[in-house]
Write a protein that binds this ligand. Sequence first.
Ligand SMILES: [Fe+2]
Ligand SMILES: [Fe+2]
Length: 370
Amino acid sequence: MGRSHVGIQLMGEPQAEIDVCLRGLLSQGFDARKVPLASGEIATAGREDILVFAGSYRPALHVPARLSDLAGSRRSRTILFLDAMDPRSFSEFEQAGFFFVNVTTDMSVKSLVGLIAEVDPQAVYQASKTAALRASMSSGIADAVVDLFGRLRADPVAPALAESARQRWAMDELIGKSPMSVWIDLIQNYHDGTAQHCALVSGYTLAFARALGVGKEQTGRLFDAAFFHDVGKALIPLEILDKPGPLDPAEWEIMKRHVLHSYDILSRDAQTNGEIARVARDHHEYLDGTGYPQGIRGREIDDITRIITICDIFAALTEKRAYKPPKPFDEAYSVLASMAGTKLDPDLVRMFEKVAAESDGGHQPVMSAA
Ligand SMILES: [Fe+2]
Ligand SMILES: [Fe+2]
């Protein structure tokens, strides 16, 4: 992002309230610390830091000139929570250039994060990403997804299914707490291309399930179908998967077999040999019959497959591959829109627009107090 680091400096009173906010901000990924009131330490705060001052307004002690000393040249990045203040004094603070807030005795983490978002939306986005990274490390998403494909080459499917349940829980939690773009940034740091793709399709599918308002049970089925849809690529030679250019016709024929390999792998286990295996086999089929492997069409393609196909195409377009850079989200959505009605379900493509928009950038963070 090419920007300076943002820290949150908290000072004021009562101390118990400041401590609650400090813990809340730290748990949400902010770099926050408490500084003693009127401490000289404030002078060492970075230029990008946001200062939060809380406490009672006592004119003798906290006249605007005094606060402006504390905040130095960063007054527009100072958030004030003051109580016991005469509302007529508001204008003094505004004129002194503070990001003036309110007269309140209730400084909650939620309101503070909302105000930080107004002063510096990117700071909230970065914090959200830090929190997501931390959570993903503790739940091992990165390692587990990358491992999955190696294990599926030989092992039974059951351990992978157990892994899928853990991943869904962890991803759902991350996507619920962070902007979709945080999740995408996170996954794009993985190196194993197919594992990255599988995780990205799973994330888009969860977000799509939320947008469609489907229930918990169906969300679970959608997630598993997404998570396993490309497992057959474990049997495609790496020279083809990672070829830094277009595939020739013979290579393309080998690549297309991944759907049948997926079907074979998933048919090994009773839990995956029905719907999950079928979606994996059919996720490259199109409504107009131009897809593969069977060229089935229209009603022969069920809803769950239609959903996964949309998420799969959007993921493929927006991820970096050996042979292409990622497409911007709006362009990727235009590609989907151009396929709606002929190859893809037009109603579903329309409903996916919300997911595509949420995926774009990190500028509208949605944070809630932990
Ligand atoms: Fe595929
Ligand atoms: Fe795929």
